[in-house]
Design a protein around this ligand. Sequence first.
Ligand code: ZN
Length: 537
Amino acid sequence: MRRPKAPGTVLQALEPATRKLGELEGRALRGEALTLVELAASLSQCLQEVARVAMELVLDQAARAQPCSAPCPCGQEAQSKGFEDTSFVGRFGRVAVSRRRLTCECGSSSFLLDRAWGLPTGHYTDDVREATDRLSCRLGFQEAVAELHHLWGVAPDASTAKRWIGQDGGRAEAGAEADAAAHWARYEAEAYAIARGERRQAQRTDGFGVVEVDGVQALTWKPGQEPRRHSGVDKTPATVTSGSAEISAASEMGERASRHQAPSTLSQIRGSPMGPTGRSPRVHGREVCVGLVYLGEHACQQSPRRGVLLEKRYVATLDDREGFWLKLHAAAATQGVLSRKEVVRISDGGKYFIDQTAELFSDQPLVGILDCQHAKQHVWEAGHELAADKKEVQEWVVPRAQAIMDGKVAEVIAGLADERERRRGKPRAAVDELRGYLDRHKHLMDYPRYQAAGYPLASAAVESANKRLVGRRCKQGGMIWSEPGLEAMVAMRIAFMNPGAWRSLWPHAEASPLVKPGIMQRTLGRAAAVVTPSGGP
Ligand SMILES: [Zn+2]
């Protein structure tokens, strides 16, 4: 332990800026030019250094102002025997701090400054971590840290980014679970009060809400089959990397990823190198459940055949199926879906999703709809079994698909009964299958009524959610995830996309650009007002 160096003043931090501005002024007066981009870059670098030195000086002042003793929880007085050094990496670079350690006779010791100023327990401050998470949610881990380094000049390595996503994804999940638990406690208390006649059922508002549910596959290592990590990757001391070359290799793509091809249409072809036998037995596709809730009026048409949802809320999980339904209900309540006159549920006909949603929303005015694209797809599949050439298939399929859209499902089913008598073998089986499918779902296929009410007829929104939430980040070429890694990433992407979720995950560290454009504009505006002569040029 040592005494701190002689006191400085915070304004010393401006020295590099004064020097830089003087130098620039000199160049300008001498008639030397530099491009605007160079000018901006050198100013930005200078401001970054000013900020870093200012942080050191401010903390230094704070450390000096601290008392030499403080009461310990044990009742005695903890005393300081001197200063101890530490440092951390923030968005402006590495900041050194010297502060008192208070030690008590009971054996406990603490740093008052660390607690008061929120010094990180790890190497990095929360804003660097938040920015890393933000980028890692959208880019590969390697790309994310390289981009952050490019923007801020500071970034952890890729394996740290990966570890943070794991930990913060866990926090995001826990937050969503806590929200769902709070929702259910309220919801059940209210239902109980209504059942006992203590409270009246709230009036439902006009309009409808929509719940869509689907599943999307992503590749994961079978448990216990994950590639072994390079030992020591996690133990590398975190440093301010000075270039992407130093970023150690550890991404979602294992070193053998190139041998494990992602499923594609080629994988359906027997003997294809991408076929099922081409995939390692250590890898399998796992289904992520994706749910989406929104209000009818938030579905807009951006252009013909292209819809956009103005407001929506996502729910998704890999393993926690039970939690998924609880969270879906909570999301529907938050989004206002459960207070509407109708709750529309769209599905592709998967029995699991239909049964679960029917039970989950059993006390709601539920309108079930079968995705019309899936219905038509079934007719096309049967058509291909029944007819030989393309034209014939079309002639068989098109009128039936149209009849379904016109709400004449009963007629189509009756027609299939006749068709059955005329067929044998495989075609007959195809007719039976289609008939069974239509018969099971006919109560979900009143398309003219749905259309008149303005309900969505297709599950396009949730299929787009599949891509948005999971596909874009988790299903890129060669990506294979550990199951906890995939779960955490999905949780982080939901936190990123659901309104308010990211802010609640990072209450103190909302990352912002180095200089907010608004502030810049106002300052420049004021400067211009001073400089421009009132009469104009
Ligand atoms: Zn004590």
